[in-house]
Design a binder for this molecule. Structure first.
Ligand code: SAM
Length: 278
């Protein structure tokens, strides 16, 4: 049988993966949830038809969204992850010996259950005693919590469906509120090719709140266009004082990657300045 997953990015562009087998498929309270065994890419988590992670390259995204802010903060002890139900970002945060407590706020508990069962290279991280899971919309959690964090990591799905609110100014304002006075935020801000407006808005929302705001990039084969952006908002520490040597046991991130990931192509600089139509 010749089975393919087709991910529709635009009316004119779609990505196709050859499927070896369907591992699990269900409709949760929040979204359509699928775990596939793909040829070459290995197991994949697919939410509402969009690939979130594949075992082949998840380490790039998960290392970049976590080690960059954790290396900018001088002594990260308490970390909040919004989204991240696959457990990949959580696995990377837990590699930092200074981290004593991680709260992970995921809207869909079934993503976590499925990841523990079928994606153990990420899902096993939920067994660490430093981890507390909260099943809630991240938007409401950051609006209501009295907790304070050293680092907040927004590991959300793309800005459609339940994740839309995680790209709005009020959400970033609340992230700022719950960060300590030397706190650092990192957020995935999408593809500079397909999410120009989202990238421009999220970056500038964050810039309007934090003393230091930096965009950085990585290439992730699974994601549409490959090129992916992340934004740092930092209350006190500039990226120049980060210590990338603190991250160890990585497959992608290292001191050279830390130094080079801030270099932005001209068209990305223009997106940040407001040129989102070209
Ligand atoms: N690496 C992925 C990417 O960029 O495509 C994201 C990984 S992770 C699977 C995204 C998670 O965010 C999903 O499990 C989804 O259920 C969760 N999520 C989406 N909207 C949310 C919200 N409003 N609050 C909390 N979690 C949310």
């Amino acid at each position: 049988m010749d089975l393919w997953l087709i991910e529709h990015q635009t009316n004119n562009y779609k990505l196709n993966w050859r499927v070896k087998g369907i591992v699990c498929h269900k409709r949760t309270k929040v979204q359509d949830l699928l775990v596939l065994e793909l040829e070459e890419f290995g197991r994949a988590l697919v939410l509402d038809g969009a690939i979130q992670v594949t075992v082949m390259d998840e380490y790039i995204y998960n290392e970049m969204i976590t080690h960059v802010p954790l290396c900018i903060h001088k002594n990260p002890r308490k970390v909040l992850i919004i989204g991240g139900g696959d457990g990949g970002a959580l696995r990377e945060v837990l590699k930092h010996g200074t981290v004593q407590k991680v709260h992970l706020v995921e809207i869909d508990e079934e993503v976590i259950e499925v990841s523990k069962k079928y994606l153990p290279s990420m899902g096993d991280s939920f067994n660490d005693p430093r981890v507390d899971v909260v099943i809630e919309n991240g938007k409401n959690y950051v609006a209501n919590t009295h907790e304070k964090y050293d680092v907040v990591i927004v590991d959300s799905s793309d800005p459609v469906g339940p994740a839309v609110t995680l790209f709005q100014k009020q959400f970033y304002k609340n992230c700022y509120r719950i960060l300590n006075e030397d706190g650092v935020l990192s957020a995935q801000t999408g593809s500079p090719f397909f999410y120009k407006k989202t990238l421009n808005r999220s970056f500038n929302f964050i810039k309007s709140l934090f003393n230091h705001t930096h965009l950085y990039l990585a290439c992730i084969p699974t994601y549409p266009s490959g090129l992916w952006s992340f934004t740092i908002g930092s209350k006190k520490y500039d990226k120049s004082s980060g210590n990338p040597e603190k991250a160890n046991n990585t497959k992608y991130f290292n001191a050279e990657v830390y130094r080079s990931c801030w270099g932005l192509p001209e068209f990305v600089k223009k997106i940040l300045e407001g040129d989102v139509e070209f």
